[in-house]
Design a protein around this ligand. Sequence first.
Ligand SMILES: Nc1ncnc2c1ncn2[C@@H]1O[C@H](COP(=O)(O)OP(=O)(O)OP(=O)(O)O)[C@@H](O)[C@H]1O
Length: 786
Amino acid sequence: MSSAHELAREQRHLDLLHRQVDLRRAQADAELRGTLRQSSPTPQARVERGVTAQRLSTQIARYDAAEHGLCFGRLDLADGTRRYLGRIGLPAEDREGEPLLVDWRAPAARAFYTATAGAPQQVRLRRHLHTRGRRVVRLDDELLDGVSGAPGDVELTGEAALLTALQAGRTGRMRDIVATLQAEQDRIIRSSRTGVLVVQGGPGTGKTVVALHRAAYLLYTHPRLVERGVLVVGPNPVFLSYIGQVLPGLGETSVLLATVGELFPGVVATATEEPAAAAVKGRHTMADVLAQAVRDRQAPVTGPVDLDVAAVWVRLPASFLEQAAERARGSLLPHNLARPLFVQDVVAEAARQLAAARGQLERELEEELARQVDLAALDRSAAADLARLFGSDAAESEDEAAAEVTSAEEFWRRVLPQEPALRRLLDRLWPLLTPQRLLADLYADPSRLASAAPQLTATERRALRRPAGAPWTPADVPLLDEAAELLGHDDSARRAREERQRAEEVAYAQGVLDIAQLGAGDEELAAADVIDAERLADRHGEADLRTVAERAAADRSWVFGHVVVDEAQELSPMAWRLLVRRCPTRSFTVVGDVAQTSEAAGASSWNEALTPFFGDRWRLEQLTVNYRTPAEIVRASERVLAEIHPDLAAPRPVREGAPAPWRAEAPAAELPGRAATAAREELSAVPDGRVAVIAAPEVLPALAAELPEASWGDAPDLERRLVLLTARQAKGLEFDSVVLLPHGIDALGDLYVALTRSTQRLCLLHPAPVPHLLADIPLRVLDAQR
Ligand SMILES: Nc1ncnc2c1ncn2[C@@H]1O[C@H](COP(=O)(O)OP(=O)(O)OP(=O)(O)O)[C@@H](O)[C@H]1O
């Protein structure tokens, strides 16, 4: 019970906290403006300015994020200390006493989440402050008196506040849970950053929300992590938009949210494909296929290659080309970076042959001329006499000939790289390749596929076929990334572009100086006297003010400080290879549920999925309490879970007493109409909440025609009260009520996902007969269709 007196006292403290935050925000804001106004005369100063601006922007984002729910808890300790907890920390005004506010991630906040009646950890009272805007509206107190609950109970921390949070209507956006974190979740959030932490848990156990809070915790406890950022990987863009507000709401901006399909800058991989094709693309063996595909592009010859340069035929034998390729490969450089070695060998050989052939030709010409001119014959006989006398002239002329050949060779080495015929040949023998070209050429050509992928069956190779220019799918992205590694980045074009741009900037600056000079009178100090064009160009250069997330998103080679993988059971081995490259220190939080796998290339056991990448260096934590689904809905999904994974127990629900789920039968043709009626009834049953109709993809258009008010498609608006989704799109999301059309949702993992999305109400509509795994759900007979 919140007495008016207590409410007023907490309101006074909250007012004080907000005044402090306002002050600090205003200071940071002024400092940021000042920083942005400064000019930065050197590249070093520009970098420093960028870093300062970043730091201040991060601080401001944290203050802004703390506007709602700034302070949510209070602990009264046995020694009389009183500690307030909030989204950010604020030191005591005198800097010595107890801080005004303790950040939820600080060690001093921990007891708020872990103290129980049985193990109070010096806590006498735990108080939850419920606020609306800047007003305290309710208090929930718990006295921790050393008496534990009955054994076997789910021991909840701050039960009243937790249940209030769980029963609140959904908004279409995931909310943070800093005020009501539970002890088992807190342990995972604060677990060491090093190594790979795997969190297995059934639907609704808080895996996603815990993983996001862990990212916020790690960024707070390891400030250097802010510079490298954290990557959060989710299964699809709809899910990412659902969770997108949680970390900014916690004041963390150094986080990039992405699907695997978005992790190759410059490629938009949104096309769909047959599951069989995605499954083959996800297999580990594709790394070998790509390596062979690259090799197949290096000196692909079966016989000698002839080249016509400057009217001379040069012959490059196959054995020579193979040796040159082997030497280039021996450098262990990626394909594009090893190319100059191959080119060098070919040019040297061609130059040698050309010089020799041209030398020979010239000698023959001279001899021919000499034969025809008497004088020359005389000269030659005189030379021969001299040679007989002194014996050295002949040798000297051979040396001369050799020296001539060497300088001719050098000449040809310099000239040949410009020779169009040779360039065309080198483009065929060792082409500069982009990942896109390598992969598109491979998919488009059955003979290339047959050569690169003999380990695949003919059917599997056929599954990979697609015409050149076809759009990319998410399963292509890990292959493009793998190809990028094998090919190496040839950034000479970028460097040339940057140099050109720099030259233009300097030229522009010079122009500015020239004009200033013209305008300056004799006695005035001209700009050019105090600054040169280079420095002026520097001064106009901009500091990089992009956030860490923006910079990381644009850079394939960006290395993150930590990676969070959600719905990790869906990841293929090729996707794991990509992610390990993004974080070579292997600092990962991996969350998922092997009972909810939908992707054909996904995992059915963590051991199988992770051992190839992390050996046995990963640790497993389990979440066992279901916060989302009430007991009635858990029971409705139990048979499906038992069919998928007989060993996995459904998580224990914290809530009971929801309306019983029901199912109804209707002919297939009537289903969209029936579903529309049910959806509208559900909307009235949850007036503040959200309703989802989940169905097979082919049913959605007919549903959409019946429910024009609903949002659906590739990017449904989850904040709309009614959405239509496929089971895949519904992964990771939740709604107050779900209308499920199971017909056509064939993968059991998908069906399990669909059955476990609701926080309150669930009904199913299907044609007869009922699928046997759903037969236990009570049948309701519908009125005749109106
Ligand atoms: N401690 C908590 N306090 C308040 N709400 C919580 C708490 N833990 C979990 N929840 C809520 O439970 C719901 C389920 O959480 P979440 O989506 O993270 O579960 P999940 O394990 O990822 O589920 P799924 O595997 O089905 O996607 C969310 O609404 C989340 O906010």
